[in-house]
Each structure stands twice: as C-alpha cells, then as structure tokens.
Design a protein around this ligand. Sequence first.
Ligand SMILES: C[S@@+](CC[C@H](N)C(=O)[O-])C[C@H]1O[C@@H](n2cnc3c(N)ncnc32)[C@H](O)[C@@H]1O
Length: 240
Amino acid sequence: MKLYNELASWWPLMSPHTEYEEEAELYLEIIRRYHPDIQKAVEFGSGGGSNAFYLKRNFSMTLTDLSPEMLEVSRELNPDCEHIQGDMRYLDLGDEFDLVFIHDAITHFTDKADLLEVMQNAKKHLNEKGILMIMTDQFEETFKPVTDHGGIDQAKRGMRYLEWTYDTDPDDHKTETEYVYVLRNEDGGIAREFDRSESGLFSMPEWEELLAQAGFQAHFERVEYTEVEGNYFAIVATQL
Ligand SMILES: C[S@@+](CC[C@H](N)C(=O)[O-])C[C@H]1O[C@@H](n2cnc3c(N)ncnc32)[C@H](O)[C@@H]1O
C-alpha cells in the first residue's frame, strides 16, 4: 500500500495514536488474564506504533515492521523502543519474549501458508510460558462490508480519507478495501491519492487449526469498543 510506503508520513494524520488508547487498554486486560507477568514483548507489524505507545507503559516492547518508512513514523512516537525492520514471516531477532503481539498487520495475508509461517515464527520468539496475541479485524463469521472516514489537521498539513471494505467473492478467503485520500500540504496545495489493499478472511475454526499446526491452542476473546460497532474477537494463543 502507498500508505505504508511513499505516503507513510501522512499516517499520524489518518490514524492519530490518541485513537488507540481504549483498544490498547482492552488488549492489555486480555493479555494479563493469560499472562499476568509480561516483562518483555515484541510486536510484529507495529506500523506507526500507536498501540505500542500505550502498551509500552506496562512492559518493554521491541517494534518490528516490513516498512522502513512506517518504522520511521513509529520512532518519532516511541523513541524509547528498539525498532527493527523485517517481514514477520522470516524475521529472526535471536531472542525470546513473554508476548508476541500482532495487531491488524496480520490481515494483509490472504494465504494460509503465510499465516502458518507467521505463527511458527511467533512461536520461535516465545519463551516457555510466552503467549501470542493476534488482533485480526475480521473473521468469516463476523465480517460485514463497512465504510469509514476520518483524518485530522496537524500544524499546516491536513488529511481526510474515505475507505470502503467489501467482499467480492465469498469463496476466495479475502476482502478488498479501496481508499481515497485528500492531502493538504504545508503550502496549502491539495493532492488526491487512491490506494487499495486486500485482507485475509478466514473462519475461527481455520485460525484454530493453523494455530494448532504451529503448536498453539487458540482462545477467542470478545473485544467491545465503545465507539465501534460490530463483533470483534482477539485470539490469544497459548503454547501446547
Ligand atoms: C495498520 S499498520 C499496524 C498498526 C499498528 N499495529 C499500530 O498499533 O499502530 C499495518 C502494518 O503492517 C505492516 N506489514 C504488512 N505486511 C507485513 C509483513 N509481512 N511483515 C511485517 N509487517 C508487515 C505494514 O508495513 C504496516 O506498517
């Protein structure tokens, strides 16, 4: 996506970190139910580092992402965290953690073989009692087409966006999202950009089976946001 590459500097205007405070608190509460004593965590696909901004108050966080541009955005927000570039399927930090946290970044995989590689890599990065938490936005059981919009002004720049997620083929294990961005530069000039992404759409039993293949037991935990409608579930994966 352009948003994670040449447009990455606009990310804080599209998705300000202050919008993540509630969700980070909800995730922390679930994480603590399964592992009350997390000291050391790593995030795969940490993007702009918005959840990490809140989670890092409770334990140390190493932040990893495929995109050097997104890591740069996160470094501004989380200068106290170590940042490492890498693909979550193959990254090798040579270290073990109490928690591997993967947020919506995992939805970018539309192939089960890729998901399995991510899970196996997460297991490699966990110590004996460590847990994996995955917060995917969508499951086959709960998916509904959705339209969203937003964006903010920051100093002299401003951004507004419209996004539309739908499922053209119920059998292909993916959804499509189209984005329109309107960008106002510091000099007042306006640019318009289009972007597109695909996201994996799998059922809960499919997630469960893949996690079992990687050596995990899956637990689905309901997450209730105050301002977002819909049914959302976190997956907490404990080691078998
Ligand atoms: C929406 S952002 C994540 C937001 C982040 N969880 C937060 O709390 O701010 C999605 C990120 O996934 C990253 N990503 C996509 N595919 C990846 C991969 N194979 N390995 C690592 N990161 C990946 C993108 O570069 C992007 O920065």
